[in-house]
Write a protein that binds this ligand. Structure first.
Ligand code: ADP
Length: 447
């Protein structure tokens, strides 16, 4: 701060008055022959005046800073004015902030989505009106309580306790009304707070249901006419009309493809609306043997097929769904690998106690830009190649759905011209380790 004491009029006047007081006291002192007494009295008087001014300032600060400060002389008046000015500016800023905060709160309350601010322990710090309505919360009563207490659904509880920021949770029934479907999203913000947004997606869920029903019904309705068509085509002998033999062959292969698409669509519909996922022990040794048979049947001796079982563990889940997913990967590996190539099915344990089933091939590979979309329905890298090889474009969607139902992940690595590896990663809760006797029994060897 610059020392500009002497350039301010109020301070100049105060200083002038002080010097004048001393001069006056000195004059009187000299006149009465008591200089020191006169100076002491003058200084004492000045100190009293300063103390009194300070006291008035203190009283004003304590009682009412809204009213103008008391009239003070010189520097004291300037200090009071300065404090008053600062107070007024701070009050104006506070009013602006309060009205901004109110506007934000009103906007948050007007949102149709529930918004909750949570602390690191998931305790509720604040929530808007929609949160009160959707989750039955009351501000005065429920602030500071764990958000888990208001979300009894086990799916939501599991999501909350496993890094919910990673991905949102869709289509969960509301705790109040089963027909209201909710979507949850968690976002970190500020230093260590989190924002939980809960949306009512009932309309979207209904539309999704209509779509699912439509696909399932159409697929179902197409099944019978296709079977009839297929049956008649099989009855016609190519020798009876040799000129039509190539057309007949094409008709047969196309009708087979259509029947396969319908079957895949029906499988997907079933996977999208599973009643209750069977939780059975899925013995992996016979599963691997079945996958080998699938691969050899498709390959017809054109590929080398290897199966490696290093895990010595079984899976917990739905055997048919799992077989369908794994055999889709095996069928892709064989179909997208030229003759003389190699397909390797490996079943291993993971360091975290989970397990991994991978299907690696030395085939065409997939360009990196296609990988993010490869599991979408009807997505193909090369439509013509997929058609020629009898693909429906639904195989990897089925794999993704089956794995999601088992809480597992699909990892894909691929290099064009060198081959691809599709790996299914299961968590430890899905893995049932075999003891030594079981291992020998399944391998057909003596312990
Ligand atoms: P499709 O029935 O066409 O094989 P999928 O959903 O099984 O459908 O696979 C989608 C696309 O991914 C395929 O069209 C193919 O282009 C590619 N793909 C899948 N697996 C492999 C693989 N092992 N090697 C190369 N490309 C693959």
């Amino acid at each position: 701060m610059r020392l500009d004491l002497l350039t301010r009029p109020a301070w100049q006047a105060s200083l002038g008055r002080f010097v004048l007081l001393l001069a006056l006291a000195a004059g009187i002192g000299l006149a009465i022959g008591r200089l020191e007494w006169a100076l002491v009295v003058a200084l004492f008087g000045y100190a009293l005046f300063s103390l009194f001014s300070l006291y008035r300032l203190r009283v004003w600060l304590e009682l009412r800073q809204r009213t103008p400060p008391p009239e003070q002389i010189g520097a004291w008046g300037e200090v009071s004015e300065f404090i008053h000015f600062r107070f007024r500016a701070a009050r104006a800023r506070q009013r602006r902030l309060v009205s901004l905060l109110r506007a934000f709160r009103e906007a948050a309350d007007a949102l149709p989505d529930a918004v909750l601010v949570l602390d690191p322990q998931r305790k509720i710090v604040w929530f808007n009106r929609s949160a009160g309505r959707l989750l039955r919360l009351k501000l005065a009563r429920d602030r500071g309580r764990l958000v888990d207490d208001f979300l009894p659904n086990p799916q939501v509880r599991a999501w909350l306790s496993h890094q919910p920021e990673r991905e949102p949770l869709f289509d969960v029934p509301s705790p109040e009304d089963e027909s209201v479907r909710l979507a949850f999203r968690m976002m970190p913000y500020a230093a260590d707070l989190r924002l939980l947004i809960v949306r009512d997606i009932s309309l979207l869920a209904r539309l999704e249901q209509v779509r699912r029903d439509f696909v399932a019904n159409v697929s179902h309705e197409l099944r019978t006419p296709l079977t009839v068509l297929h049956g008649y085509l099989d009855m016609i002998e190519p020798d009876e009309a040799p000129g039509f033999a190539p057309i007949l062959e094409d008709l047969r292969s196309q009708s087979r493809r259509m029947a396969q698409i319908v079957e895949d669509l029906l499988t997907l519909s079933r996977l999208e609306a599973p009643q209750a996922l069977p939780e059975e022990r899925v013995p992996m040794e016979p599963m691997l043997a079945a996958l080998r048979r699938d691969a050899e049947g498709l390959s017809q001796g054109r590929h080398r097929i290897d199966v490696v079982n290093e895990a010595h563990a079984d899976l917990l889940g739905a055997p048919q769904y799992l077989h369908s997913a794994f055999s889709n990967l095996v069928s892709n590996a064989v179909r997208y690998t030229p003759a003389q190539g190699q397909v390797r099915i490996t079943w291993t344990r993971l360091a975290d106690g989970g397990a991994r089933l991978s299907v690696a091939d030395t085939g065409y590979g997939i360009p990196a830009e296609h990988l993010p979309r490869i599991t979408e329905r009807f997505y193909r890298v090369s439509t013509s190649r997929s058609r020629v090889l009898g693909g429906t474009g639904l195989g990897l969607s089925i794999v993704k759905h089956v794995l999601a139902l088992h809480g597992a992940r699909l990892e894909i690595e691929s290099e064009v011209g060198r081959g691809s590896t599709f790996a299914c990663l299961f968590g430890p809760e899905r893995v049932l380790a075999l003891d030594v006797e079981e291992v020998h029994a399944t391998a057909g060897t003596a312990p």
